[in-house]
Design a protein around this ligand. Structure first.
Ligand SMILES: Nc1ncnc2c1ncn2[C@@H]1O[C@H](COP(=O)(O)OP(=O)(O)OP(=O)(O)O)[C@@H](O)[C@H]1O
Ligand SMILES: [Mg+2]
Length: 446
């Protein structure tokens, strides 16, 4: 089976479920629109507000320097600074005769620097005293005025609202979308489960059409298909049973008539040959009949594979075969009689063509999910790859069993086994086995 190409990064990041995908499709664009809208609105609003705040701080500083110029005495500084502290939250200090160094290149608070330049036009150095205070050093004619301003006077406190709104509204949206989409996805999921079970040959009643129109349509179509497939299967088995049954009566009559023929020596050999042919035809029909009888009605049930394999091995050992069993405890839903018939046919072949037989089973994982594989190996001559497909065809016998001059069979074993396995949604393969002979491998989805 071809492996799918490795998924790209985007595909790996995207959720795989329909529910998650549809919720994402709803939430993502809204989130983007919100971020863009809020950025446009809040970004400009924010700028205006922080510029105004800087202007107000600069204005307060201008008032202070104005007062200091009008009342230059040292005693007056006390009440000026006190008033600034009470009215404007400015902590002021003055260092006469001090000289500001040249300002650093990248000063913080560009809006504030610009506002001070506009209103005071004095050399200034702005720095962050600590995380909550901005320090402003102003060069006056007589010295350096240092002001410490609480940062909250320069910032709007509404940024968190922005995030609160964004996260809150998307969470709400997500919840509502998930709630509604879940109900939309549920019928699709139910349909998928039903189709899968039907594919594995399990009994699924008609499913109730619900959900969106398209989903209802799919459910109705599935129900119709299911009914048609079941009708077709029933017809086929009925026809098979009918034909086999009708043939059995004349055949029995022929065999009895042959047995009654007066045993003239000249004809004895021909009569024996004819009798053999009739007996073989009867056997073929028996096989068909038992096949047709079993298939129609049997229901699936939980079966322990290890136990089933051991039973089959016991039966083969009673018939004189050397059988090894390596089947772990696996419980799965099967039609037990049908599966036993399929396995019996494979074991029968292995016994007929080889001396040693091995039964094994294992879990395997494959792209579509997990499966159980059961293998029947023998140490016989095997079947060349080119003839394996042919071996599955009904009534095809490839080789004679060594030394007996007969194949011992009707050529139906593999055809029936494949039919049964496929009715379980599985597949059967013939390949080279580890014992040197043929391996018949059954793969059953679970
Ligand atoms: N394990 C095997 N090793 C070698 N050849 C095999 C093996 N199994 C099947 N074959 C070949 O495939 C042919 C078809 O097998 P199939 O089981 O369908 O029919 P059959 O065994 O001849 O008859 P039946 O199973 O109806 O009694 C056989 O005639 C045989 O030649
Ligand atoms: Mg066979």
């Amino acid at each position: 089976m071809a492996t799918p190409p490795p998924p790209t990064l985007i595909r790996r990041l995207l959720p795989r479920g329909l529910l998650a995908r549809s919720v994402l499709i709803i939430v993502m664009p809204l989130l983007v629109v919100q971020v863009v809208a809020l950025q446009l609105f809040y970004g400009s609003h924010w700028e205006v507000v922080s510029r105004r705040l800087a202007m107000s701080v600069a204005g307060d500083l201008a008032t202070v320097t104005g007062l200091m110029e009008r009342f230059p005495d040292e005693e007056d500084r006390g009440w000026i600074f006190a008033a600034a502290l009470v009215n404007s939250e400015l902590v002021l200090s003055f260092d006469p005769r001090a000289q500001l160094p040249s300002p650093p290149d990248n000063m913080p608070e560009r809006d504030l620097a610009r506002a001070i330049a506009e209103q005071l036009n004095l050399p200034v150095i702005i720095s962050h005293a600590d995380s909550r205070t901005v320090r402003i050093d102003l060069q006056l004619r007589t010295g350096v005025l240092t002001a410490e301003v609480p940062r909250k006077r320069l910032f709007t406190g509404t940024v968190y609202l922005f995030w609160l709104w964004l996260i809150g509204s998307s969470a709400l949206l997500f919840a509502i979308a998930a709630l509604f989409m879940r109900n939309q996805v549920k019928p699709i999921r139910r349909l998928a489960v039903a189709a899968e079970a039907f594919g594995m040959g399990r009994e699924v009643g008609p499913i109730k059409p619900e959900g969106a129109v398209e989903v209802r349509q799919a459910a109705t179509a599935f129900n119709l298909m299911q009914a048609r497939v079941r009708r077709f299967l029933a017809q086929r088995t009925e026809m098979l049973a009918g034909v086999s049954h009708d043939l059995r009566t004349p055949l029995t009559r022929m065999r009895l008539a042959l047995a009654m023929l007066p045993g003239r020596t000249a004809d004895a050999e021909e009569i024996a040959e004819l009798t053999d042919d009739v007996v073989e035809m009867e056997r073929m029909i028996e096989a068909y009949l038992s096949f047709a009888r079993g298939e129609g009605s049997e229901q699936t049930e939980a079966v322990d594979l290890a136990q089933m394999a051991e039973e089959m091995a016991q039966r083969a050992r009673r018939d004189g075969a050397l059988v090894e069993v390596a089947v772990p405890a696996i419980t799965m839903r099967l039609r037990p009689d049908a599966m036993r018939r399929a396995l019996a046919n494979l074991i029968d072949n292995a016994r007929r063509h080889g001396k040693r037989i091995a039964l094994s089973a294992a879990w395997v994982s494959r792209p579509g999910g997990t499966a159980v594989e059961i293998a029947v190996d023998d140490d016989g001559p095997g079947i060349p790859p080119t003839r394996r497909e042919e071996a599955f065809r009904p009534f095809v016998r490839l080789t004679e069993v060594a030394g007996t001059g007969s194949t011992g069979g009707t050529g139906l074993g593999l055809a029936i086994a494949r039919d049964i396995v496929r009715a379980h949604g599985g597949e059967i393969f013939l390949e080279d086995g580890p014992l040197g002979g043929l391996r018949a491998r059954i793969r059953l989805p679970v």
